[in-house]
Design a protein around this ligand. Sequence first.
Ligand SMILES: [Zn+2]
Length: 266
Amino acid sequence: MLEAHVADGVHRVEDAYVNWYIVEDEGRLTIVDAGHPRSWASLQAAPREIGRSLGDVEAVVLTHGHFDHVGFADRARRDLRAPVWAPEADRGVVAHPWRFEHERSRIPYLLRHPGFDRALLAMARAGALFVGGVERITPYEPGRRLDVPGRPTAIGAPGHTRGHCALHLPDRGLLIAGDAVVTHDVYTDSHAPRIVAGAATADSARAAMSAPANAAARPRGTAAGCRPASGRSAPASRPPPAAAAGSRGGCACSRAARWRTAGSRP
Ligand SMILES: [Zn+2]
């Protein structure tokens, strides 16, 4: 499912509980995160829906290396000759997307939260269990402005993974947060902005501490890496009203520490 123009020239695609984004820049496209392997079919259709073609894709940028963000990245590298940019500190996870640090076992979440079963099944159907990693990446570091269409700036947001970065598009007033903050935590089936449960987070305390760094980006909106909180199309999670009121002085991510206490680690 594609939602066009969640911000100026930025489009969201949702596949099996995961968001990935298309950033336009004068007809050239950057793909931010790569969903699941079967999101490849969505990638064939989405550029047409916004009046572009697959040949306009010039780069893939990953916010981090988890299995549900690496999806079709290596296929895009091979078939579209699109370089795959990824945080240097996540190089190992990008190469092996299921080998990631997490604070807690996933099994109790399966037992306690039926919604996690549904999400896992949907992801499995989208090919998530057999996702391939990417060995040949173009590494980037936090603070760098990436030489790809849209020219996003990498904002370090470690904690969810050691190298996780958000991507700031200052001219669009948007921060693509990846999984630094999510609007639906599939592990707890919780629908509210928060950091991801310990089942898929390397260091929750650090993830919460990363929030001020994201606030420095001062975006008007934040686009999360998970699907929206409801079935309706409201993906790029706009800052909550309190944050929106001071949206030029803060962002949704700045509230991650508070969200964590809202139930990300039951
Ligand atoms: Zn993740």
